[in-house]
Design a protein around this ligand. Structure first.
Ligand SMILES: C[S@@+](CC[C@H](N)C(=O)[O-])C[C@H]1O[C@@H](n2cnc3c(N)ncnc32)[C@H](O)[C@@H]1O
Length: 273
């Protein structure tokens, strides 16, 4: 599926971010303090949340996990490490995949983990080839959300499970509040179709629907505080222009979160029979 220029620009931004974050001791230290991990992550999945994911996906040796939009390896590599499952990590930014490959090697996961550059809207895998699928805050970073859900439905085994988190705009906002929410959220947060309807239309049945907004707001506020406290390194990592626009965006997110205009939800789904 063709990517529009804004999507392509976002992928390029992610690529630069993965290369820079993973090579900054200070940024990795912040990530450890806030999310409990040190992969150079860009989602809001914390180490605590991964315990829930292992359980919901029933991850264990012999099961095959697909992580879509896996960035620099979080949390796919960690889920594989703690559960012993086999894993396939996919994303578009090459720099992230390179960092993930090095981390897989360092963590002794080379034999059970494959890493491939692939678009979530056109997965290069056979039907029913995964027992579990996970993606963290990925659908709010791309336009063709429904196409990704359709592709996931194709590659999941009949008794497989998918879990994903997504950031979304709170329902029933006034036009002005909606605009503030959209400006504070991830680039492609907007969708005309609510996620439950999208899942229904793409052949999925919801088994879990968990509100993670409070955890997200807390994690976000801590991260933003530490980034501001380490501004020099933040600027070195993201560049002068990148850091300015990212800090402005962070402030817009914080404002929207404080007004309860943004939500983060976790869905657990299985294929409809
Ligand atoms: C919020 S980041 C999460 C990355 C990683 N899982 C983490 O937790 O750090 C969203 C990811 O979605 C990826 N993404 C965006 N569009 C995509 C697409 N069409 N196919 C696959 N991944 C995509 C981005 O490259 C980015 O790495």
């Amino acid at each position: 599926m063709p990517r529009n220029p804004d999507e392509q620009a976002l992928i390029e931004r992610f690529s630069r971010t993965y290369a820079h974050l993973s090579s900054s001791d200070t940024m990795l230290e912040i990530e450890r303090a806030v999310c409990g991990c040190d992969y150079g992550c860009t989602s809001w999945t914390t180490k605590d949340e991964t315990r829930q994911i292992v359980e919901l996906l029933d991850l264990k040796p012999g099961r095959r996990l697909l992580d879509i939009g896996s960035g620099s390896g979080w949390p796919g590599l960690y889920l594989a490490q703690v559960s012993g499952c086999d894993s396939v990590l996919t994303d578009l930014p090459f720099e992230g995949l390179k960092v993930a490959k090095q981390r897989a090697q360092k963590d002794g996961l080379n034999d059970t983990c494959q890493i491939a550059q692939a678009d979530g809207t056109a997965l290069p895998f056979q039907e029913a080839s995964f027992d579990a699928i996970y993606h963290s805050d990925v659908l709010c970073c791309l336009v063709e959300k429904q196409a990704v859900l359709e592709q996931c439905r194709q590659v999941i085994a009949a008794d497989g499970k998918m879990v994903f988190s997504v950031i979304l705009i709170a329902p029933d906002l006034s036009a002005a509040d909606y605009r503030q929410a959209a400006a504070g959220g991830p680039t492609f947060i907007e969708t005309d179709t609510p996620y439950p309807d999208m899942l229904e239309q793409t052949g999925w049945q919801i088994t879990e629907h968990i509100d993670q907004t409070a955890d997200y707001a807390e994690t976000f506020a801590k991260m933003f505080e530490l980034e501001k406290a380490n501004k020099d390194e933040f600027v070195r990592v993201h560049g002068e222009e990148g850091a300015t626009s990212l800090l402005e965006r962070r402030q817009a997110t914080l404002d929207a979160l404080q007004k309860n205009f943004l939500r983060r939800e976790l869905f657990g789904v299985v294929a409809k029979g």
